[in-house]
Structures are given as structure tokens and as C-alpha cells.
Design a protein around this ligand. Structure first.
Ligand SMILES: [Fe+2]
Length: 212
């Protein structure tokens, strides 16, 4: 389930909104021209499914987005913790790549097949931190100032859509704002604490089954 936190972008960021409400998230993102959609997750995909298998599982949805938006290239990016000795180094290097504020001259469109990541969209004096999880498709328009945090233990599989081969190149703004906004690890633990505090859903009474 998507989780949105909105912060002020000053020296001491304040939280303006924190919500899991799908309608509220969609409406808030619509104000900044960011589109969030949800696709049904294909549950029977094997964990080691390759790129072609993943794209085939979502063929209909992927083709619809390509037809609507004119993307010419689609691939699958994935990073999952493993036991190899170089994992910590690879994880840190991957995280660092887009952890500072930047723009692209292409849209940044990601569908989360599995796992999660946070897109931080810095627009109109606010930072919108969108925690995307399996089933979420986020479309960040070209030239939107943003950054992406996959956390200190990256774990995700995502389908990416591009208009051209160079679209993923980042143009970094040099603004250190990402350092003062809560990161992936902080936001996910805050959200877990919120969920734990929430009272359990009232149990629905079983339908009466008395004998007649
Ligand atoms: Fe980016």
C-alpha cells in the first residue's frame, strides 16, 4: 500500500501530511501533475523470474502505458539482498546513485513488481515522499526535481519505461535538501510504528446460523 508524507522544504522540515488513504494520495499528487496508478500484482511469478517473464506477466498493462505515453523502451531493474561479500558495497553504491536531488529530461515511470522504494518530489516548496510498494505505478513528469531512496537494504523489482536511451541520466541540482528530509529507513520505521499503534479492525460478527 502506498504511503505519502509531505514535508515543508525549509531548514527545519515539518510534516504537513502522512497518509495511506489512496484517494487522498492520488488527489495530492494530481496537484503536482504526478500520476499514481495501481495494477493487480501477479502473485504466481517465481522469485527468480527473468526480465522477459516479468514483462510477459504484465504485458497488457505495460502495452497500454506504452500506447498511451509513447514509450519506446521498457526494462526491469532489480536489487535484492544476497549473501555475497560484495552485497553491502553494491547496495550502498546503488542507493547513492540517485539519492541527491536531480531532474531528467524524460519522465521517470516505475511499476513496482515487488519490494519498495521512496520517490521524493520537490515541487512548489514542498517535498512529497511517495513510498511505493508492489502494485504501484508512479509517473514523475520530465524535469520534476526529485530523488529516490531505496534504503540501506535495497529490495525491489521494478519495470521502467523510457522515451529514449538517455532518459535515465540525472541532472543534479546541487541542493543538499535530501540530507535534511527523513530517509527511506526513517520513513518506513515511522510508518511501521503508526501501523502498530492503530487499533485492530473490529471483528465482523459471524452471520447468525440458528436452526429454524
Ligand atoms: Fe530520477
Amino acid at each position: 500500500m502506498t504511503y505519502l508524507t509531505v514535508y515543508t522544504d525549509g531548514e527545519q522540515p515539518e510534516t504537513l501530511l502522512a497518509t495511506e488513504d489512496a484517494a487522498e494520495i492520488a488527489a495530492t499528487l494530481k496537484e503536482i501533475d504526478v500520476v499514481l496508478r495501481h495494477w493487480a500484482v501477479v502473485e504466481d511469478l517465481p522469485e527468480d523470474a527473468g526480465q522477459e517473464e516479468i514483462l510477459a506477466a504484465y504485458r497488457q498493462e505495460v502495452d497500454r502505458v506504452i500506447a498511451e505515453e509513447g514509450y519506446t523502451f521498457v526494462d526491469v531493474a532489480r536489487l535484492h539482498p544476497d549473501d555475497s561479500p560484495d552485497w553491502p558495497e553494491r547496495a550502498a553504491a546503488a542507493r547513492k546513485k540517485f539519492l541527491n536531488e536531480h531532474t531528467h529530461d524524460d519522465d521517470e515511470v516505475r511499476y513496482f513488481v515487488a519490494g519498495s522504494g521512496i520517490f521524493y518530489l520537490h515541487v512548489n516548496g514542498k517535498v512529497h515522499a511517495v513510498l511505493c510498494e508492489a502494485g504501484d505505478l508512479l509517473s514523475v513528469p520530465e524535469n520534476t526535481t526529485h530523488w529516490f531512496d531505496m534504503g540501506t537494504r535495497p529490495d525491489f523489482t521494478a519495470i521502467r519505461f523510457f522515451h529514449d536511451d538517455d532518459g535515465w541520466i540525472g541532472d543534479f541540482t546541487g541542493d543538499p535538501i535530501a540530507e535534511r528530509i527523513p530517509d527511506f529507513d526513517t520513513i518506513t520505521s515511522t510508518r511501521a510504528a503508526r501501523t502498530a499503534r492503530r487499533p485492530a479492525e473490529p471483528r465482523r460478527a459471524s452471520p447468525a446460523c440458528g436452526r429454524s
